[in-house]
Design a protein around this ligand. Structure first.
Ligand SMILES: Cc1cc2nc3c(=O)[nH]c(=O)nc-3n(C[C@H](O)[C@H](O)[C@H](O)COP(=O)(O)OP(=O)(O)OC[C@H]3O[C@@H](n4cnc5c(N)ncnc54)[C@H](O)[C@@H]3O)c2cc1C
Length: 397
């Protein structure tokens, strides 16, 4: 097996971003992953959280503001090339409408979900699809009315003729609409909306940046806004496909169903990794490794006993808050972070893993994404931002 310049372990948002950045710099990149990570579950919006007043051990302190800005620019390049326009910047958040009708603010938002213009609209049509489960138009309308009490709301349903004896998901509808705007436009025309109105729909406008919202909007005149949805989430899948397209065009070798089980090390260098498949183990040599294996959800971290988390490939030390009183808050949705959610690998400024005394363990291994410790990414709403910014930095070092 040829030596790669960079091996990325993990095919979630952080791994896809790191591989894309490294490939854009003419590196020979190999991605090894055994699952798709959390993108198919995610909203598609990239939350950055706050970049200010952070403690020294916070991942953003290691990543730096410059890498955050450059990561956002690179992210725009990838999504634009895939015809998946995003809007927003790190310093000013944009609202998106959630599946239950609350507003969530995020930094980088799919253009089709950008709800910042809602205040200028007169009437909101909340439009469900016949047979679509998990889209509750009246609940959504009731909650959205709390933000916009003076607007007129109308609830409607359209039929995409998808019912085949089972409930349909947003993915089913999105697949039907891929490259196929007209049936949808015809259904919406019946609403007789005007250019001053907004049509709020579940996220069904294609699965890979190949549905033209403009084609439909020109015909019906109203603005169409997608909400978030329960998984599987078309906007998350569109983003995953945008990165895959970029990787394919860049000649990156991408191995699915490839579980990395161990690293091969020589002092402070990792010289390769071992992948286990059904038949045998295979060695992948590399000059640099990017560890983007995610957190507990994806198996990047494991924990058999509650206070003894592990990183299973390189056996890196994993930070976990000491003292049972610091593990969690009694209230899950309190105004403080949850201690257990800060679990992860700590690094130096080059994202190399460090031990409890701050010693670098491997100087050509960079840790990126959800397996980084030191902050509660869900509480801070920084998961996507940390994923793309750490990936950018790890790939450019
Ligand atoms: C339901 C849900 C909703 C979310 N919504 C948002 C949102 O609205 N905004 C936002 O910013 N973020 C959101 N996130 C978070 C965001 O999607 C993740 O934090 C981010 O994608 C982390 O990416 P990651 O690549 O670090 O990890 P993951 O996505 O977990 O990917 C890790 C990858 O590593 C692979 N892997 C693990 N171990 C190995 C191994 N040994 N060998 C090979 N491969 C391995 C896994 O199979 C997986 O592909 C959401 C997450 C979830 C779960």
């Amino acid at each position: 097996m040829k030596t790669s310049d960079v091996i990325v372990i993990g095919g979630g948002l952080a791994g896809l971003m790191a591989a894309s950045v490294a490939a854009s710099r003419k590196q020979k990149v190999t991605v090894l992953t055994y699952g798709s990570g959390s993108l198919p579950l995610a909203s598609g919006a990239i939350d950055f959280g706050s970049l200010e007043n952070l403690p020294a051990h916070h991942p953003y302190k290691k990543i730096g503001l410059k890498a955050c800005d450059e990561a956002a620019k690179f992210f725009y390049e990838v999504t634009e090339q895939a015809n998946l326009p995003y809007v927003g910047k790190l310093s000013a958040l944009l609202p998106i409408v959630t599946a239950v009708g609350t507003l969530k603010y995020s930094a980088l938002v799919p253009e089709s979900m950008n709800a910042s213009n809602l205040a200028n609209k007169k009437k909101f049509f909340i439009v469900g699809i016949n047979g679509l489960k998990d889209f509750y138009a009246s609940m959504l309308a009731n909650n959205l009315k709390k933000y916009f009490p003076n607007k007129t709301f109308e609830i409607a349903k359209i039929d995409l003729h998808l019912l085949g004896g089972r409930d349909i998901t947003c993915m089913d509808a999105a697949q039907l609409l891929t490259d196929n705007e007209q049936p949808f436009a015809n259904e919406l025309k019946a609403l007789k909306a005007s250019k001053d109105d907004a049509i709020i729909i579940p996220p069904i406008l294609g699965v890979a940046g190949d549905f033209s919202r403009d084609v439909v909007q020109t015909q019906i005149r109203a603005q169409i806004i997608e909400t978030t949805c329960l998984p599987p989430s078309p906007p998350g899948i569109r983003l995953q496909r945008a990165f895959m397209k970029y990787l394919q065009a860049s000649g990156v070798r991408f191995f699915e169903n490839s579980k990395v089980v161990r690293g091969i090390t020589d002092g402070k260098k990792v010289t390769g990794v071992i992948v286990e498949n059904a038949v045998r183990e295979k060695i992948f040599p590399a000059r640099k490794i990017i560890l983007a294996t995610g957190g507990f959800y994806s198996g990047g971290l494991t924990m058999r006993d509650f206070d003894q988390p592990r990183e299973p490939i390189f056996d890196l030390p994993v930070f976990f808050p000491t003292g049972a009183e610091n593990w969690s808050n009694m209230q899950l949705f309190s105004d403080k972070p949850q201690g257990f959610s800060t679990t992860g690998i700590l690094t130096n400024d080059k994202l190399n893993p460090i031990d409890a005394d701050g010693n670098v363990l491997f100087d050509n291994l960079h840790v990126v994404g959800a397996n980084l410790g030191g902050c509660d990414k869900i509480f801070e709403r920084s998961a996507g931002g940390i994923a793309i910014a750490s990936a950018y930095k790890g790939a450019t070092l």
